[in-house]
Design a protein around this ligand. Sequence first.
Ligand code: COS
Length: 380
Amino acid sequence: MNFEPNETQQAVRATARAFARDRIEPVAAALAREHRFPADLVRESASLGLLGVNIAEEYGGAAVGPVALALAIHEIARVDAAFCVTVAVTNMVAEVIAAFGTAAQKRKYLPCITGGEALCAAFALSEAESASDAGALRTVAERRGDRWVLTGEKQWISHGNHAGVIVVWARTRAQTHDASGVSAFLVEGGMPGLTVGRIEDKMGLNASPTVALQLEGCEVPADALLGEEGGGFKLAMMALDGGRINIAAQATGVGRAAMHASARYAKDRQAFGKPLFEQQAIQWFLADMRTQLEAAELLMLRAAWLKEQNKPFGQAAAMAKLYAIEAANRICDKAVEIHGGNGNVGGLPVERWFRDARVQTIYEGTSEIQRTVIARQLLA
Ligand code: COS
C-alpha cells in the first residue's frame, strides 16, 4: 500500500498550488466581495491543463487521472473554493463528454473546453422542482425533423452564464415522469432560445455565479444528443459519482486552509498571559480538526484511486463527499470559534471559508442523498 502520490501527481499538485498561491490568492477576497467571476484566471487555468486533467491528450487534456485532479482541486480550494467550482464542474462535464460522446462530439467540444475557448462548461440537471429528485425534471425535448427543441427552466447552474458548453438534461419521452424518459443534450452558450435567468444572491462562493437558464424553443441538431435517447439519467448519475470526489477534494482543501489558519492564530494570539494554543480546549479543537481532515483526505483519495483503477467507486465517492463536507463544515465552524470576534468579520479569510463550505452539504447531492446512495449499495 502506497500513500504517496506518484511523480506526475506531485507535479500536478505543485502546478495547482503555485497557480493558486500566485494568481488566485491575491485576488480571492476581492472577487468574493465584488461577486466577480475571474474569466481571465479561468483561461489561465486552462493553459496549465487544469480544465481537462483527466481528458486524453488527443483532445487537449493532461490525461493524468482522477487522483491528480483531486489533488489539483484540493490545492486550489486551500485558497479559493469558488474557483474550484469552475475547475471541478468543467472537468466533470469534459469527462462526461469523453465517456459518452460520439467521436464527432468529442472532437468538437473537448478541445475547446480543455483549451479554454469555451471558458468553462456547465451541468444543467437541476430544476426548481427537481434537484435531489433529479429524475422528476420537467424540461422537455421534442423531436422535430432533424432537430430537438428544448423547452423548460434549469436552476442552480454553476457559471451557466459564462459556459460555452452546457450539458442540458431534458425529458424526451413526454409520457414518463421518472428517470426513464430523460436524455442529455450538448447545448452551446448563447444559442438562440437559451437565456440566462436570475443570478442567485448566495451565502458564499460568490465569485462563482449560480444562475437559472431558460430554454424557450431552443433548437439543437439531432446529433446534439449525448449518449442514448432515454439514457440521460444514468449518464448524470455516473458523472455525479465522479463529481462528488471533486467536491470532497474541495472540502478537504477548505478544511485544511481553515485548520492551518487556526493553528497560526492560536500560536500568535495571547490570552490569559499565554498563547491561545496553550489552552487545552483550543488544542482539542485543533486535534479534532487534524484527525477529521486526515480521515476525509484518505476517503477522498481512495475514491479517486478506485476511479483511476476503473473499479466501482460510486459508494466510495458518496462516503468521501458525505464525510469530507461534514468535516469541513465542522472545521470551519471551529476555526471561526478559535478566531473569536476576528472570525466573525471579513478581514480574515475564515469568515469567507465558513460561508463557502456551507453549500457543499447541498450541491452535487445533499448529505442525505449521499447516505441514500451509500445505504442502497450496502443493501444491494
Ligand atoms: N450509476 C449508474 N446508474 C445509476 C446510478 C449510478 N451512480 N445511480 C442510479 N443509476 C440507475 C439505476 O440503476 C436505475 O437504472 P434502471 O432503471 O436500469 O434500474 C436508474 O438509474 C434509476 O435509478 P434510481 O431508481 O436509483 O433513481 P432514483 O430516482 O431513486 O434516484 C438518487 C436516485 C436519489 C440517488 C438520484 O436521484 C440522485 O443522485 N439525486 C441527487 C442528484 C444530485 O446530486 N443533484 C445535484 C446536481 S448538481 S448541483
